[in-house]
Design a protein around this ligand. Structure first.
Ligand SMILES: NC(=O)c1ccc[n+]([C@@H]2O[C@H](COP(=O)([O-])OP(=O)(O)OC[C@H]3O[C@@H](n4cnc5c(N)ncnc54)[C@H](OP(=O)(O)O)[C@@H]3O)[C@@H](O)[C@H]2O)c1
Length: 238
């Protein structure tokens, strides 16, 4: 049997109950990693965990709301207790923020998006970094094409995704001495439940598998190389 690209690695994927995070969790397990599946919905995480375990891969499910500092700290502590270390962290938890002109946002709506998509990423990355300093590893932030370009109606979402890319670039510099490889992965429109939540309609969204392929590529990057960003655009823009 050929060895997977992530054989023996331990990976945490936030937002792994659905969409992109779920596809990455499954793919990482297929590549041989032990995968910690987490989000706010523990029942949905358990389903993903069971699916992975059925394929004889190791996995456990944890409830973790990335907005809550203690839950993020505990997620990392529990993973270390169970597996002894962490090699890969994917910050995929995120929300859409709907469709609204900047002038129409209330402060509450703005804060709501930033709390999950930016503060949640900060907490995840901070804990990942602390725990990975000893043996190095890979951190992947799921930003967005909306973290590279501005889109009308997406003020809070774009701000959060530009911010997530920003902190990932800073951390990629701070990670060099520790061999922690930090990248942001910026997909265009992907076929997941978030599209309905953001009222986005496109005929040909990208598949989650394409994003999972890129996430495997980033997590297995070696040879003294670092990729700051992958901008993964749709081929057919209809
Ligand atoms: N789909 C796209 O077109 C697209 C394009 C570029 C980037 N992205 C980004 O990709 C990431 C995943 O989105 P998706 O498209 O896969 O959407 P999705 O299917 O709605 O998945 C979102 C995930 O985030 C989790 N989540 C939301 N709030 C959370 C919180 N406070 N704490 C922990 N988990 C939380 C959700 O789980 P629970 O509800 O169980 O907590 C779910 O697992 C997001 O960061 C999104 O911005 C998506």
């Amino acid at each position: 049997m050929t060895k997977g690209k992530l054989e023996g690695k331990v990976a945490i994927v936030t937002g792994a109950s659905s969409g992109i995070g779920k596809a990455i969790a499954r793919r990482y397990a297929d590549e041989g990693a032990s995968v910690v599946v987490c989000s706010r919905n523990i029942d949905a995480c358990i389903k993903v965990r069971d699916e992975i375990q059925k394929k004889n891969q190791q996995s456990f499910a944890v409830r973790c709301d990335v907005r809550i500092e203690k839950e993020v700290v505990d997620l990392f502590a529990n993973t270390i207790a169970k597996y002894g270390g962490i090699d890969i962290v994917v910050a995929s938890a995120g929300i859409s923020g709907g469709n609204k002109k900047v002038e129409d946002y209330t402060l509450e709506q703005w804060n709501n998006v930033l709390e999950t998509n930016l503060t949640g990423v900060f907490l995840t990355l901070r804990e990942a970094f602390k725990r990975m300093k000893e043996r190095g590893g890979h951190i992947i932030v799921i930003s967005s094409q909306a973290g590279v370009e501005g889109y009308s109606g997406k003020g809070a979402y774009c701000a959060s995704k530009f911010g997530a890319r920003g902190i990932s670039h800073v951390l990629s510099e701070e990670g060099r001495p520790f061999n922690i490889n930090v990248s942001s992965l910026c997909p265009g429109t992907v076929e997941t439940p978030i599209l309905a939540a953001s009222n986005t309609k496109v005929k040909h969204p990208m598949s989650v598998d394409a994003v999972a392929d890129a996430a495997v590529f980033l997590a297995s990057l070696g040879g003294n190389s670092l990729i700051r960003d992958i901008l993964l655009e749709r081929m057919n823009l209809n």
